[in-house]
Design a protein around this ligand. Sequence first.
Ligand code: CA2
Length: 141
Amino acid sequence: MKKIIIINGPNLNLLGKRETNIYGSLTFTEFFDTVVSKYANVTLEHFQSNIEGELIDKIQEVGFTYDGIVLNAAAYTHTSVGIGDAVKAITTPVVEVHISNTFSREEFRHQSYISPNAKGVILGFGLQSYELAIESFISGS
Ligand code: CA2
């Protein structure tokens, strides 16, 4: 079975509880449970942290053995050279995802330190962005 992990960055633990106009009203746990049942043919894990170093530690921990990483580094996407370097250093392919269309938002959200070393980028489809990323690992090479 393929092993895929979703790694979520800062404040994504607030999904479904705040700013529901931008990020929707489902909590990530509610969403994750539906995804786990839908993709019963893959092993899916989820990790969230508000701490940059913990995200880097997790990327390094899984980044040589798992089949795919779905990474929403949230605000660190736009600031973190460290997370960008970690993505570059590992062998597991990373698909960068965003819930919102970052290009329709403020200018500072147009910059990503992840994209140059990601296998692909999916954004603007709400929580479905995560599902599309998982699908890409299931059906892709
Ligand atoms: O659209 C995305 O997925 C983002 O990665 C979300 C980040 C934002 O900084 C990126 O530019 C785009 C913010 C995540 C904050 O999540 C919250 C969820 C609910 C309530 C408040 C924040």
